[in-house]
Design a protein around this ligand. Sequence first.
Ligand SMILES: C[S@@+](CC[C@H](N)C(=O)[O-])C[C@H]1O[C@@H](n2cnc3c(N)ncnc32)[C@H](O)[C@@H]1O
Ligand code: SF4
Length: 451
Amino acid sequence: MKQIDRLRSLGLFDARVPRYTSYPTAPIFSPEVGARHQTNALAVLNPDEPVSVYLHIPFCERLCWFCACRTQGTKTLSPVESYIGTLEQELALLKDILPAGLRMGRMHWGGGTPTILPPPLIHRLAQAVRAVIPPTEDHEFSVEIDPTMVDPDKIAALAQEGMNRASIGIQDFDPKVQQAIGRMQPFDVTRACVEDLRAAGVHSLNADLVYGLPHQGIARMDDTISKVLELEPDRLALFGYAHVPWVSKRQRLIDDEALPKEVERYELAKLAAQRFKDAGFDAIGIDHFARSGDTLARAARTGHLRRNFQGYTDDTCPTLIGLGASSISRLPLGYVQNAPATAAYIQRIESGTLAGSRGHVMTEEDLLRARVIEMLMCDFRLNRPALRQAFGDKSNIVDPLIAQVATRFRDYVELSENYLDIARAGRPLTRIIASWFDAHVPDGVKYSQAS
Ligand SMILES: C[S@@+](CC[C@H](N)C(=O)[O-])C[C@H]1O[C@@H](n2cnc3c(N)ncnc32)[C@H](O)[C@@H]1O
Ligand code: SF4
């Protein structure tokens, strides 16, 4: 059987498995875990351990048809300005709850489009966060940037507030693809944005690309990659297009017929990975690439790579405080997500409580499974001695699962006394293999994928 058919028989093209930016994943969060859990957990954080902060801005001036992010379109600034007011109220509530002396090691602004904020709102928001959780000396501040929705004044304002990392959305540079996804973005505009970011002192620049978009083919992809490489990013994220029009209604504007078929998608991802490798990038996890001097590549080489809601990271802060609508906090007790809809989030904060509305309290077994899945997603290796050290005899509960995976995926994994390794040829199956350690993916689904 050809390689591609063997991968297909193991579910490569039809398995609907999570991206595992957390375990358990957000869809299984329960409404029984909410603001009360959030408040109690935040109150007892260890002030000597810096936290990371994620801030969600759920607004865009244009709504790209392909996008599955939680955001809403607006042509005026008034809802954005009022949302910043609500974030300030959320921070005021946090101030009364958090232990004195807590510091922020990292801050990330995501969306939506954080660069919809004009300079005065950028300053207001950054200062409001700092007033409640002051940054550490070596603090990192990263921002998601839409190159068509930013200008030198906004970049200068962000840099003044300490931005030293940035991530720009590119997706694809071909005009026909851009037209088909409702996102026109000239190369020159993107290049000017990159130059402004570098001049402002951004030392780590990521670019997001997507494969599997309408009308993409080998030649167009090759051309996009050449243009991306001209911009000299430090990191690249290469996401497979998730076409889920039943979840993201705007994707109904995308012509299904123009989408590349399964095997073409596979070839597009392969081409991109090869070009990035040839250009000197290290492959990081399942969908990232980084120059070997970048901290992400260093983390991958030294076994310190982590997975969080933004994807791969070298951030090792155990606690993440999520601010804004839909953002998820990772706290010592587990996960708590703020009300996903912006109106519901605003209503909760205005009523004077935190906005946590769903979540999950982690058991010892959840922590073990989460670590196994993170190891596979980050290192392609399940390290049994490390699990035994962290979880003792409890770690034995994954042994039968390791045995099942070793049998089912025998051509693609290597089992030794201490490790289960995913072989290079098996890496496209990583999420599927990880799902075998997920207690919330029913066995029936796992077995039907492979039968
Ligand atoms: C919040 S958005 C990007 C930030 C900014 N708003 C922009 O457009 O440049 C984060 C990234 O998610 C990825 N993304 C969004 N929808 C996707 C989908 N349906 N499938 C795969 N990736 C998607 C895109 O690469 C996008 O750049
Ligand atoms: S890709 Fe960015 S600008 Fe486009 S809709 Fe999504 S979040 Fe908004």
